[in-house]
Design a protein around this ligand. Structure first.
Ligand SMILES: [Zn+2]
Ligand SMILES: [Zn+2]
Length: 57
């Protein structure tokens, strides 16, 4: 899922040249490493939400 499209789940599409872009086209990454890094940074900011999720179990 795109870490920046928070209004709806947005799939990441990989182009044949290795370029990654989210389904709606608002975000794109030059390669998988850059995308992985932005995912990691986004994770740091949503840890609280994940925690709340697990608490409901
Ligand atoms: Zn996006
Ligand atoms: Zn999107």
């Amino acid at each position: 899922m795109c870490p920046f499209c928070k209004d709806k789940p947005c799939k990441i599409l990989e182009r044949p040249d290795g370029h990654l872009a989210c389904e709606c086209g608002r975000h794109s990454w030059p390669n998988a490493a850059v995308y992985a890094e932005s995912l990691r940074l986004a994770d740091l900011t949503v840890v609280k939400n994940v925690h709340n999720w697990t608490q409901s179990f």
